[in-house]
Design a binder for this molecule. Structure first.
Ligand SMILES: [Zn+2]
Length: 487
């Protein structure tokens, strides 16, 4: 019996979408584990006599020719990603290497027991397969592009070859608020900075200082929340200490990912034993000061210190320490520009995500984002100049273009107009300060006109993820009607 048996009596127009969604959920398909789901899509194409292409990364493209009467219409690209984030509640026995989520119906929602559901973005696959498996739905030539590993850096979109496509109009079904149509996204890059350092041996009182209690968050969508960056605050603390006493830096580290605002940063120092009281006083003073500064934006911030033993250690030379502190006090971080095109949208930002002090170098990983490509380059140049000024260098990876806002997007105007007409609800247009596959794809398809939308899916990437059945139904009607009118 179907796990979604309860849907049968609801007589949904989207019944086939749910049938495919259930099949997809039965196949493990976490990021980096996409071979089985990719083969399933290929099997679908074969069974329906459709032209397809599967690449080495497991990306799949399936082509379905136009319905009668639609031969001259512009092709429509339907796009989504096949990998899901596999998160579990503690104690949950689901083994994502062997099984998919255990789904069930609860009122208007499809949920998964103890895990993420993978509605993000399994529902895009289900919509695409249901359209291609419904002879009564009329449409132009469909070019279905299903990518892998979106959730871990859009690797599939990066690798895919789309030279076989004829279309320039793309529906990205990977948004999770129904009626909200995404119109553009930021481009980005990761900048690795290396500044050489040297060390000398010194005796002193070992102490540690930690910056903790911060909220962190996504370096794109939450960069405008004024959350503290633990690494930047550590730089401020080190400068305050170095101004008042002789310190030596033994170790320094903070942050785990370039695209997460760092919540914690820690340093191990040597100080003169007689400065112990002054040191503790200064740490408390700065901790209180930060609590006041961040009272409304990140109230949990705190700086703590612990005193160890007198010992000998390898500390940064005075010159190296000065360069490290200079870097942390002068490197740009956070929001740099707000958009004047889309009020409230961050246009350009960066996040000093990871800080680590090696034996002979300071290594910093920064995520840079902008919806204006020259502003992204300008920030890259500043990071490079600062690094070079301090005797270091930068390396750039994961550079992807922005999906730039088009004032005259025909696909956006059409689909949002149909939404208004069908449901008597006003569509909302949004831009996001984070990456979407549309950004990478617009770098691969000339003159791409695209829009991103999808049904309501709440608390994605968590075990609370739940997909609204009534919203899937509405978005299905929207999609079918859009295809019908695309001639
Ligand atoms: Zn997604």
């Amino acid at each position: 019996m179907s796990k979604l048996e309860a849907l049968k009596e609801r007589n949904l127009a989207s019944a086939k979408v749910f049938d495919y969604f259930e099949e997809i959920c039965a196949i493990p398909h976490g990021s980096r584990d996409t071979k089985r789901i990719s083969d399933y899509l290929v099997d679908f194409a074969k069974a329906h006599g459709l032209v397809y292409e599967q690449d080495d990364a497991n990306n799949v493209v399936i082509i379905q020719e136009a319905s009668a009467g639609y031969e001259n219409a512009e092709p429509i690209i339907i796009q989504g990603h096949m990998d899901m984030v596999c998160e579990k509640e503690s104690g949950c026995a689901v083994d994502f290497a062997k099984e998919g989520p255990d789904i069930y119906v609860d009122g208007d929602f499809i949920k998964a027991r103890g895990t993420t559901l993978g509605g993000d973005d399994g529902i895009a696959l289900a919509y695409a397969l249901a359209v291609m498996d419904s002879p009564k739905i009329v449409h132009p030539r469909l070019e279905v592009v299903l990518t892998v590993d979106e959730e871990i850096g859009m690797l599939g979109a990066e690798a895919i070859d789309l030279s076989m496509l004829k279309g320039h109009k793309l529906l990205n079904i990977d948004s999770d608020v129904e009626g909200h149509f995404l119109t553009s996204c930021a481009g980005g890059m990761t900048v690795e900075t290396t500044i050489p350092t040297d060390r000398r041996t010194q005796r002193g009182l070992a102490v540690t200082v930690t910056v903790t209690g911060l909220s962190g968050g996504h370096s794109g969508s939450e960069i405008d929340k004024e959350h503290g960056n633990a690494n930047i605050l550590m730089g401020r603390l080190l400068k305050a200490l170095a101004d008042r006493m002789d310190i030596g830096i033994v170790s320094l580290s903070g942050g785990l990912k370039d695209n997460a605002i760092p919540r914690e940063s820690a340093a191990e120092l040597l100080i003169p034993a007689e400065e112990q009281a002054a040191f503790a006083g200064l740490v408390n003073e700065l901790s209180d000061l930060l609590k006041k500064e961040y009272v409304a934006s990140d109230a949990g911030v705190r700086i703590d210190c612990a005193v160890g033993e007198e010992k000998e250690a390898r500390i940064l030379s005075f010159g190296a320490m000065t360069r490290v502190i200079f870097y942390l006090r002068n490197v740009p971080d956070g929001v740099q520009h707000m958009s004047r095109v889309m009020p409230g949208l961050v246009e350009t930002s960066l996040n000093l995500g990871i800080l680590s002090l090696k034996e002979d170098a300071l290594c910093v990983t920064t995520s840079v984002r902008s919806s204006v490509s020259s502003r992204k380059e300008e920030l890259r140049d500043r990071l490079e100049y600062l690094a070079e000024f301090l005797g270091g260098e930068i390396a750039v990876n994961g550079d992807y273009p922005a999906w730039e806002y088009r004032a005259d997007s025909e696909i956006r105007t059409t689909i949002s107009g149909i939404y208004r007409e069908l449901f008597d609800e006003e569509p909302v247009f949004e831009a996001i300060h984070a990456g979407l596959e549309c950004g990478i794809l617009s770098g691969k398809i000339a003159d791409l006109d695209c829009v991103s939308f999808g049904p309501n899916n709440y608390d994605i990437h968590t075990p609370k993820e739940r997909l609204s059945i009534s919203s899937v139904e509405k978005v299905w009607k929207l999609l079918v009607e859009f295809l019908k009118r695309s001639r």
